[in-house]
Design a protein around this ligand. Structure first.
Ligand code: PMP
Length: 400
């Protein structure tokens, strides 16, 4: 007899539930626009050629399966920091504490645990409305509260910048603010560089703590420097940021769980103290991180030929996504839609916030075998040259 008869049934994950419904559907026309993972034009996962080359080199090299240290693979952490912070003086000053993490989610979890333990000034993380659903649950399970700040403007499917600034002005000085560095999930709506500059001034004035989630560096625009503008701007200005990097999307290494959590400190001595505490947090959670993804990413980033190939690979993915946005809008026009769909091409990254209502999304699933989240978010990765017109026609029919 077990001890668990009072354990209640929990709700299914809203996004993984969609994939299950998609799998059960036997219609050959079915399309999965829920999945947050890149697919090629044949709807297949894509192993990046640069990653393949690194894997061959690793396989043929003399590797072993020993434990990594708590903070992970040194060559990986160094190259992850270089990729994110590039020419920020903090890199040369060696004052960035960096710890390999279990992808972006693990970085967020380490970061929030660190804030909980070492930032007594606030117990609340401010997150954009809307945000990736896991942000709130990670905060909660780390013992922090969360509160939303204005972000999205449903009236024009874009950014409510004045609302955002207003809310962060009103927030108590020294608030913890989670920021999507690029390719905001779920809306695809990003700040312009000029808006980031303005936000930087606000953070400097209010002494807010910038907590960056960068899950899509390079994947958004196709250019890794362009996509890292915001965290670099803050660091160059002198802000101490926390940064969560994921290498799931930009390396196609979803299942390898490879990421990096870093904190910019004032000097090398502070970095050493911070690093010692990050390790103390990581040790009882998972002891030390997995080795394979760290080897792949560092081999790609540290081998000039592979690195060059990788920059091209990232652009291939970003360009396909950007082309699908245009193809979808063209398809809608061809069907005769007179609605303004330009937000789909203005938004960036894996997702578009279509503005479709829940009942329209339900009709798309039921009548057209097209699956997406009920907030109208579609993953552009699920579109390809063969199904984009079918999807456009279906969206036209349910939204007309
Ligand atoms: N942050 C955001 C905004 C995301 O969209 C994702 C992936 N869906 C992540 C973090 C983390 O993903 P992973 O743990 O797979 O790196």
């Amino acid at each position: 007899v077990s001890f668990w008869k009072d354990v209640p049934q929990g709700p299914p994950d809203p996004i993984l539930g969609i994939s299950e419904a998609f799998k059960r559907d036997t219609d050959p026309k079915k399309v999965n626009l829920g999945v947050g993972a890149y697919r090629d034009d044949n709807s297949k996962p894509w192993i990046l050629p640069s990653v393949k080359k690194a894997e061959d080199a690793i396989y043929n090299g003399k590797g072993d399966h020993e434990y990594l240290p708590i903070e992970g693979f040194d060559a990986f952490n160094t190259s992850a920091v270089k990729l994110a912070y590039a020419d920020c003086p903090a890199v040369a000053d060696k004052r960035i504490a960096a710890c390999q993490s279990l992808s972006g989610t693990g970085a967020l979890r380490l970061g929030m645990a660190f804030l909980k333990r070492f930032y007594p000034k606030s117990n609340t993380v401010l997150v954009p409305n809307p945000t990736w659903g896991n942000h709130k649950t990670i905060a909660k399970d780390s013992g922090l509260d969360w509160k939303e700040y204005t972000y999205y403007n449903p009236a024009n499917y874009g950014l409510n910048f004045n609302g955002l600034v207003g809310d962060l002005e009103k927030a108590p000085d020294g608030s913890i603010v989670l920021l999507h560095a690029c390719a905001h999930n779920p809306t695809g709506v990003d700040l312009t560089h000029a808006e980031w500059d303005q936000l930087y001034d606000l953070f400097a004035k209010k002494n807010h703590v910038p907590f960056f989630d960068m899950a899509y560096q390079g994947f958004a625009s196709g250019n890794t420097d362009h996509d890292a503008y915001a965290p670099r701007k803050f660091v160059k200005g002198g802000k101490s940021i926390l940064l969560c990097q994921s290498f799931a999307k930009n390396f196609g290494l979803y299942g390898e769980r490879i990421g990096c959590f870093s904190i910019v400190c004032d000097d090398a001595a502070e970095k050493d103290r911070v690093m010692s505490q990050v390790k103390i947090l990581a040790r009882p959670m998972y002891s030390n991180p997995p080795i394979y993804g760290a080897k792949v990413v560092s081999t790609v980033l540290n081998t000039p030929d592979f690195n060059k190939q990788w920059l091209a690979d990232v652009k291939t993915m970003a360009d396909r996504i950007i082309n699908m946005r245009a193809a979808l809008v063209d398809g809608l026009k061809t069907c005769g839609s007179t609605r303004d769909w330009s937000h789909i091409t203005k938004q960036i990254g894996m997702f578009a916030f279509t503005g479709l209502k829940a009942d329209q999304c339900q009709r798309l699933a039921k009548e057209f075998h097209i699956y997406m989240t009920m907030d109208g978010r579609i993953s552009l990765a699920g579109l390809n040259s063969k199904n984009v017109n079918y999807v456009a026609e279906a969206i036209f029919k349910v939204s007309n």
